[in-house]
Unconditional design. Sequence first.
Length: 100
Amino acid sequence: MSVDGKWRLTVDTPMGKQHANLELKSDGAAISGTVTDDQGTWNAPIFDASVEGDRLKFKVKFTKAMPMTMKFDAAFDENSLTGKVKMGVFGHRDATGVRV
């Protein structure tokens, strides 16, 4: 099963549900991609990305409002992902996604 493609993410933050677009591409064991906000005003590459079985892990540096490195860890299947994102001082928050 591949994580390649476009995903619509929803993260339950202290400011309510926030949405972003995630685009992933694998090349062997290497995973690359970008996260873009809904308005298209923020775009950042993912790093330290990996897939092990049905688990996707990656980090992304958020540079708006309160800069932080977010760490994603989610289980995925063909069309969805469910997991957590570590958001600095805000701790672990629920994250979901659907393939688009």
